[in-house]
Write a protein that binds this ligand. Structure first.
Ligand SMILES: *Cc1c(COP(=O)(O)O)cnc(C)c1O
Length: 382
C-alpha cells in the first residue's frame, strides 16, 4: 500500500508491522543487550544490540521511508551521526561545507576531523559558482545545511546535486531544520541526509538522537559497519521516544510553522528589531529557492535587535519562551547563538557572518500564538 506521509508517521509502512501475538499498538521497546540463537548457525536476525535492535530498526525503517531513502541508521545523537559519517573519509580528503553550519558540526570538523587529516573548507554554498570554483582533485564531498543555522541561508539542492554528480562527490544534507515533512533532499539528488532527531523528529525536548538516511545500499553497508564497530547506535528506549515523537510530526510542523510566520511578521514591525531572518517571508533572499525545493518554511526565526542590551533584556525577561539551547520541540525556545550554539567559533568569523551580540534565534513551539506574542511583547518593554 502506498501510504501518505501522515499515515506513515503513525504506522510506518504497515507491512513492516511486527508479528507479535499480543496485539500491542505501540511498537515494543526491546530492552535487551543480546539475543539468543535458536541453534548453532541460526540467528533470529538479531545478535547484539550494538549491531541492531528491533526498536531501533523500526525507527530506521520509518525514517528511511519518510525521507525516500534506501536505508536509515539511528545514532545516540546528531553529532554521533556526523562523526560516523566522517569515518568514510581518509586523511587528505577534501570536503566543501556550508560556511554557516550548526556550531557543534564546526567544532567536530575543526577540532577532531582536521586533526585526523581531513581537509575541510567552508564556503558559501548558496552561491553555486563558489562550489564549482573550489572543487579540486582531492575533493570527496559537499556538506550542506539549508536553511543554515542560525543565519537561514538557503542553498539550491537540485543544482548542487548536478555538480556533485558530475564530479562524483558525495552530497550530504543536514535536513534538521525542515524535517522530512517539509523537505526531502534525497529526492532532489542528495546521497546522505542527516538529522538531529533531538529536534523536530523527537519534538518534545526530551531525547537526544541522530539519523543518517542513505540513498544507496553500498553506502548504507559502510555506515552499518561503522556503527557496529564504533558503537554509537541509539538505545531501544530512546528509539521508542523518537518513534512516538514522529507520530505527530506533521501536526506539529504545521502548527509551529503557522505561528512562526505570525511571529516573524510581528517581529518585523518592532522598532527594536533590525532584521528578521525567516525563510517563509517573501523578503528573505532564499524564499524562492526554498519554495521550489521544500513544501514549507519551518519554525526557526533568527533576528537582529538594535543593541546588546535589548538582546540580554529579552533573554532575561521571557517567561513562557525559555532561554535554552536546542530547537524543534513543542516548547518555544530562544537561543543566544553567540554565547551558546556558536560560542566555539572564532570571533572574527562569527561576527563576519552576523552572529554577534545582537542576534537571537527563536524556535517556535505549539503554545497558543497570543500567549507567545504577549510574552515577547512584555519582554521587549522595559
Ligand atoms: C542540533 C543539531 C545538530 C546536532 O545534533 P545533536 O542531536 O544535538 O547531537 C546537527 N545539526 C543541526 C542543524 C542541529 O540543529
Amino acid at each position: 500500500m502506498n501510504l501518505h506521509f501522515h499515515t506513515k508517521c503513525v504506522h510506518g509502512n504497515n507491512d513492516e508491522r511486527i508479528t507479535d501475538n499480543t496485539g500491542a499498538v505501540s511498537y515494543p521497546i526491546y530492552q535487551t543487550a543480546t539475543f539468543a540463537h535458536p541453534s548453532v548457525g541460526n540467528s533470529t536476525g538479531y545478535d547484539y544490540t550494538r549491531s541492531q535492535n528491533p526498536t531501533r530498526e523500526q525507527l530506521e525503517k520509518i525514517i528511511a521511508s519518510l525521507e525516500n531513502g534506501h536505508d536509515a541508521i539511528a545514532f545516540s545523537s546528531g553529532m554521533a551521526a556526523v562523526n560516523a559519517l566522517m569515518e568514510l573519509f581518509v586523511p587528505g580528503d577534501h570536503i566543501l561545507a556550508s560556511d554557516d553550519l550548526y556550531g557543534g558540526t564546526i567544532r567536530l570538523f575543526d577540532h577532531i576531523n582536521k586533526k585526523n587529516g581531513l581537509d575541510i573548507q567552508y564556503i558559501d554554498t548558496s552561491d553555486l559558482t563558489n562550489i564549482v570554483a573550489n572543487i579540486k582533485a582531492t575533493t570527496k564531498a559537499v556538506f550542506v545545511e539549508t536553511p543554515t543555522n542560525p543565519m537561514m541561508n538557503v542553498s539550491d539542492l537540485q543544482e548542487i546535486a548536478r555538480i556533485t554528480e558530475k564530479h562524483n562527490l558525495l552530497f550530504i544534507v543536514d535536513n534538521t531544520f525542515l524535517s522530512p515533512y517539509f523537505q526531502n533532499p534525497i529526492s532532489l539528488g542528495a546521497d546522505v541526509v542527516l538529522h538531529s532527531g533531538t529536534k523536530f523528529l523527537g519534538g518534545h525536548n526530551d531525547t537526544i538522537a541522530g539519523l543518517l538516511v542513505l540513498a544507496e545500499e553500498a553506502l548504507a553497508q559502510k555506515i552499518r559497519f561503522i556503527v557496529k564497530t564504533t558503537g554509537a547506535g541509539l538505545s531501544p528506549f530512546d528509539s521508542w521516544l523518537i518513534l512516538r515523537g514522529i507520530k505527530t510530526l506533521p501536526l506539529r510542523m504545521e502548527a509551529q510553522q503557522k505561528s512562526a510566520l505570525t511571529i516573524a511578521e510581528w517581529l518585523k514591525n518592532q522598532s527594536r528589531v533590525k532584521s528578521v531572518y525567516y525563510i517563509g517571508l517573501p523578503s528573505h533572499p532564499g524564499y524562492e529557492i526554498n519554495k521550489k525545493q521544500a513544501r514549507g518554511s519551518g519554525s526557526m526565526i533568527s533576528f537582529h535587535v538594535d543593541t546588546e542590551q535589548t538582546a540580554v533584556n529579552l533573554l532575561n525577561k521571557v517567561k513562557l519562551i525559555r532561554y535554552a539551547e536546542s530547537l524543534g520541540g513543542v516548547e518555544s525556545l530562544i537561543t543566544y547563538p553567540m554565547l551558546q550554539t556558536h560560542a566555539d567559533i572564532p570571533e572574527e568569523i562569527r561576527e563576519a557572518k552576523g552572529i554577534n551580540h545582537n542576534l537571537l534565534r527563536l524556535s517556535v513551539g505549539i503554545e497558543h500564538i497570543d500567549d507567545l506574542i504577549k510574552d515577547l511583547e512584555q519582554a521587549f518593554n522595559d
